[in-house]
Design a protein around this ligand. Structure first.
Ligand SMILES: Cc1cc2nc3c(=O)[nH]c(=O)nc-3n(C[C@H](O)[C@H](O)[C@H](O)COP(=O)(O)OP(=O)(O)OC[C@H]3O[C@@H](n4cnc5c(N)ncnc54)[C@H](O)[C@@H]3O)c2cc1C
Length: 458
């Protein structure tokens, strides 16, 4: 008998997961609310892009898709900081020339959808799941085009990969003892655009993630293949300055002339983009449990929606898929009753940890990247990593350049803060590191640090 699974949502996580499951012998159907984005008229160059890092690549590799996606990814080796006085500084992300990769969300999603179909997945577009009867596994669906309502129940398992406002999760919310926490930050975001120069040239550094940090707000830009950059303004909804305080084209231009003059010069369609593009909110969702008996479960943003400041939402969702497959592959019974509690146990703490890391990183991106003390610390972290590679890896590197669990990475933070404070209190590291007395101290501190983190659960 065929083992049938229905996935809600053909977004990034749903499409990837469908391929991994189909390859393990399941027959997967995806119900997707939107129309087929491969046919929809998405204007070139105006797609939002995402940073893909090691965890994302690991899951794609497991699905045999790494090469396909590498073709549409641009490496970004560091942050290019744009100061208010027009000067720029490049800060490498890693100590060994590591990169995160700019990928167009639209191109990635289209490619994953096509690859899912090529692997035998059936994708039903325009099918919005309105409600789920948890015990009977009946899905209540509305056709987004005809508005005809129907019911669907032809599966042994329902998986919700339907994003931050998941329909399955809404059904869980109505159940007794389901914990649910939803939190909006006071900032929203708006997409803006820097077009390519002549012959598709890049008008600012191609292989970097650009940041204009301005303490309580920031502008960022990620490169696209055609030489353009997709920019995002992260800005408070209320107060002064804020989205609500900018009412006219003149207000918007004046604000950008004051805060981001070098970026404004590169944005010929600024006023049009600013008023045409929506202002969107940023939500964090934590919930528990993620599973319902052996009948359904949550994955990706449906389980853990997070703010985008560590560039990890998709990466975390892809990692959910990889870990789930590892658990399935290791299970002798292959029964959902055995697999799901292990999946939840493995991933829930990591969903919470990456949500917290992402909230913290907003302050780092919009403010600290321009702070000399912070930069000095970053430099020392890299040197420590080179001097003691077996003992020390910065939290940023663990998150972006390794598959170390998010939970372990965030747990190391306190110990790293303590170590770095001691080192920085001694004065200039570059000078000290050559002094025998300091070297002895440092070795002791590193051993202490290593012992401390060894006690943390990996
Ligand atoms: C501004 C911004 C920047 C970001 N940058 C990064 C980054 O650099 N790196 C990174 O890793 N992550 C980033 N993220 C996060 C990333 O976009 C998400 O984590 C990722 O898209 C989650 O994938 P998903 O498949 O779980 O959900 P989604 O991508 O939201 O997909 C959900 C799918 O389900 C469909 N759907 C929804 N409801 C229903 C329903 N009721 N019935 C049927 N279908 C439904 C939707 O149409 C959609 O296709 C960013 C997010 C934002 C907002």
């Amino acid at each position: 008998m065929e083992k049938k699974i229905t996935i809600l949502g053909a977004g990034l996580v749903g499409s990837l997961l469908s391929i991994l499951l189909q390859k393990r012998g399941y027959q997967v159907t995806i119900l997707e609310r939107r129309s087929d984005m491969r046919k929809a008229n998405m204007s070139a160059g105006r797609s939002i892009n995402l940073a893909m890092s090691v965890r994302g690549w690991a899951a794609l590799e497991m699905a045999g898709l790494k090469k396909d996606i590498e073709e549409i990814a641009i490496p970004m080796y560091g942050r290019q900081i744009h100061n208010l006085d027009g000067t720029t500084v490049f800060q490498a992300y890693g100590k060994n020339n590591e990169a995160i990769y700019s990928v167009s969300r639209g191109d990635l999603n289209k490619k994953l959808i096509s690859l899912a179909e090529a692997n035998g997945v059936s994708i039903q577009f325009n099918q919005r799941v309105e409600d789920v009867e948890l015990d009977t596994q009946v899905l209540k669906i509305e056709d987004a085009q005809t508005l005809v309502k129907s019911e669907y129940q032809d599966h042994e398992m329902i998986i919700a990969a339907d994003g931050a406002f998941s329909a399955l999760r809404n059904a869980y919310v109505k159940k007794d003892r389901f914990n649910y926490n939803q939190f909006y930050i006071e900032h929203g975001y708006k997409e803006l655009f820097i077009p390519a120069g002549e012959n598709n040239s890049f008008l600012i550094e191609e292989k970097a993630l650009h940041i204009w940090p301005r303490k309580n707000f920031m502008l960022i830009a990620l490169p696209n293949f055609d030489g353009s950059f997709t920019c995002t303004l992260f800005f408070p909804f209320e107060g002064n300055p804020s989205f609500s305080a900018i009412k006219t084209e003149a207000d918007a231009k004046q604000f950008f002339e004051t805060q981001f003059p070098d970026a404004l010069e590169l944005m010929p369609t600024f006023a049009e983009d600013y008023f045409k593009n929506p202002t969107s909110s940023l939500v964090t969702v934590k919930c528990f449990p993620w599973i319902y008996e052996d009948k359904s479960f949550l994955i990706g943003d449906a389980a853990h929606a997070i703010v985008p400041f560590y560039g990890q939402g998709m990466n975390a969702g892809f990692e959910d898929c990889r870990i789930l497959m590892e658990i399935m592959d290791a299970s002798s019974s292959k029964s959902w009753k055995e697999i799901l509690p292990i999946y939840q146990q493995a991933r829930k703490k990591n969903g919470d940890a990456v949500a917290d890391l992402a909230l913290q990183n907003f302050i780092e991106m919009r403010d600290l990247v321009a702070d000399p003390l912070f930069l000095a610390r970053k430099k020392i972290e890299k040197q420590l990593g080179l001097l003691y590679p077996a003992q020390f890896n910065s939290v940023y590197e663990m998150v972006s350049f390794s598959n170390t669990s998010y939970h372990f990475a965030i747990s190391c933070q306190k110990a790293q803060d303590k170590l770095l404070q001691k080192i920085m209190a001694e004065g200039d590291f570059e000078t000290n590191v050559n002094l025998p007395e300091f070297k002895n101290l440092l070795v002791n501190w590193i051993v202490e640090y290593a012992n401390e983190v060894a006690l943390l659960e990996k």
